[in-house]
Design a protein around this ligand. Structure first.
Ligand code: FES
Length: 105
């Protein structure tokens, strides 16, 4: 089971969660009680409340945000080149060790 590290900037906390293959990163965060990732639209890519920053070492493997993600993040705060929407990232075994940061908002 891949392990994903979530760093919560506001709480200055780090959580390592077991992630089920096939779930989205947003679902892993929500199930694990990560603050700042409510996933209000349930993964439909319309709310932007699953915004995360991908750690530098993982950016190439995860890839850039799609056009629809970029449009959805238009009103999000602290959008960077490493920004992605967690609902659009599907957990695979290859993502074991992934590190993401939850932006302050
Ligand atoms: S959960 Fe709404 S955009 Fe990801």
């Amino acid at each position: 089971m891949p392990k994903i590290t979530f760093i919560e900037l506001e709480a200055q906390a780090e959580h390592i969660l077991d992630a089920e293959v096939g779930m989205s990163l947003m679902e892993v965060a929500r199930n694990g009680g990560i603050a700042g990732i409510p996933g209000d639209c349930g993964g439909a890519c319309i709310c932007g409340t699953c915004h995360v920053h991908i750690a530098q070492a993982w950016r190439e493997r995860i890839g850039p945000a799609t056009d629809i993600e970029v449009a959805t993040m238009e009103f999000s705060e602290d959008v960077r080149p490493e920004s992605r929407l967690g609902c659009q990232i599907r957990i695979t075994d290859d993502l074991d060790g992934l590190v993401v940061t939850v932006p302050s908002s």
